[in-house]
Ligand binder design. Structure first.
Ligand code: FAD
Length: 400
């Protein structure tokens, strides 16, 4: 049929979840297309800090939680991929830092030793001698403790580009998919989705499985699905970006009195060559109650109090709000792991963390195999003239 595309699997949403899945499913021989309404990575993925958590941050609660256990294998999976020997070859992806630091002011010493004594994975955390502190903490005015943590930090944009590159022939840009574009039969089985891209004709996409990895966009897609057993929650953040020339790089969590780090800092390079500090943690969680001016003021206060020996007067600041989109939890807290739910021939998935994309993909593949779907050659000729979405710009280059 002229305006019909037939594939084994259609993925909606090109963030980390959709792109990781696309790579794995095509390697297994399935015919797959990925549909994206904005730009690849445009949702949470490009705004993430790129930390491949192994759960140590969650162990700040002083005990192993379910969340700690479910994420503990992820750094190994990613390390194998980065070495070119894993399930996806990510050897071209830029590693910004091979480790993270944890630091505290001297007033928190008791809390830190309790934390370190309590965690079973403590071999991953190393107390550093002063001479091994990163340069920024070598200043004589710094009196706290520094620990090294075995968690890598990735350049998320090079990651997105690497995941996209081999699959440009099956990634298409379309107008945002809405409930009315989903065509169901009476039993609730999704027959097709109808996609548009002006001025091209509407195209019907038929697939054995439809996978919704649209992040926060899953919420409106779910409104069309009869089974209401799957729902989404949002946990908002108010992130801060600071740009300054000649700023020292830092990848670190500042330990405060709560389970969330007081501030989490990652370092990136802006397109004009200046250095960016990207600020999250408690500052971003509690910052949702502040407007942008108050949030920037708070960030400045925190930086002055944590690094009194650094002159931040040349720094430019900007802040923005973003929701983390996840499977709904009764208590509204962060899910312990990724969420993967099947409704007839639809799978809805949220990774919860960038780091958990490989786990989400394993769970989706298990469901696909259980459904008995075999690999076929797809027919995507009707999409030959369709545009491909661009890879999104880093948020600092968009806002500063
Ligand atoms: P998204 O990245 O949001 O992608 C969804 C895609 O679907 C988008 O491209 C969007 O344009 C598209 N889309 C939406 N609606 C539609 C529609 N109707 N039709 C078609 N396409 C649609 N995790 C970590 O492990 N480490 C970190 O350091 C980290 N830092 C974070 C920092 C911040 C500020 C935030 C918000 C999250 C962070 N996370 C981190 C969590 C992580 O970023 C997310 O769990 C992950 O990126 C979610 O990926 P996703 O593919 O599900 O969704």
């Amino acid at each position: 049929m002229k305006n019909t595309v037939k594939v084994d699997i259609a993925i909606v949403g090109g963030g980390i979840a959709g792109l990781w899945l696309l790579n794995r499913l095509r390697a297994l021989g399935y015919s797959v297309i990925l549909l994206e309404s904005e730009a690849l990575g445009a949702g949470q993925t490009s705004k993430s800090q790129g930390i491949i958590h192994g759960g140590m941050k969650y162990a700040l609660q002083g005990m192993m939680t379910n969340a700690t256990q479910s994420i503990a294998d992820m750094p190994t999976v990613w390390q194998q991929c980065l070495a070119g020997t894993g399930e996806i070859d990510l050897s071209a992806v830029q590693v910004l830092s091979p480790k993270q630091y944890l630091w505290s002011s001297n007033t928190l010493g008791g809390k830190i030793s309790g934390f370190l004594a309590n965690i079973a994975l403590s071999s991953q955390v190393q107390a550093l001698k002063r001479e091994d502190f990163p340069d920024i903490f070598q200043h004589p005015n710094f009196k706290g403790h520094v620990y090294a943590l075995n968690e890598i930090v990735l350049d998320v944009h090079s990651l997105i580009r690497k995941l996209v590159k081999p699959h440009q022939d099956v990634i298409f840009k379309m107008a945002s998919l809405k409930a009315e574009h989903l065509v169901f039969d009476e039993s609730g089985y999704l027959n097709e989705i109808q996609i548009n891209a002006e001025p091209l004709d509407t195209i019907a996409v038929k697939a054995e499985k439809f996978i919704f990895t649209a992040g926060a966009g899953n919420e409106s897609l779910l409104q069309a699905v009869k089974n209401k057993g799957v729902a989404m929650q949002r946990r908002p953040l108010h992130m801060v970006v600071m740009k300054m020339p000649f700023l020292q790089p830092l990848y670190a969590h500042c330990l405060g009195m709560s389970a969330t780090p007081r501030i989490t800092i990652t370092t990136h390079q802006a397109q004009d060559g200046q250095t960016v500090w990207y600020l999250g943690g408690q500052l971003a969680e509690e910052g949702v109650a502040r407007d942008q001016a108050a949030q920037i003021q708070m960030a400045q206060q925190e930086l002055h109090s944590l690094f009194p020996w650094i002159d931040f007067s040349a720094a430019e600041f900007v802040s923005f709000f973003i929701d983390r989109a996840e499977g709904l939890q009764e208590d509204g807290k962060r899910p312990d792991s990724c969420t993967v739910k099947e409704i007839e021939n639809i799978i809805v998935a949220w990774p919860t963390k960038l780091a958990l994309a490989p786990k989400l993909t394993d769970e989706v593949i298990t469901l696909i195999k259980q459904s008995g779907i075999e690999a076929h050659t797809g027919d995507v000729r009707a999409l030959r003239a369709w545009p491909m979405p661009i890879v999104t710009k880093p948020i600092w280059d968009e806002l500063l």
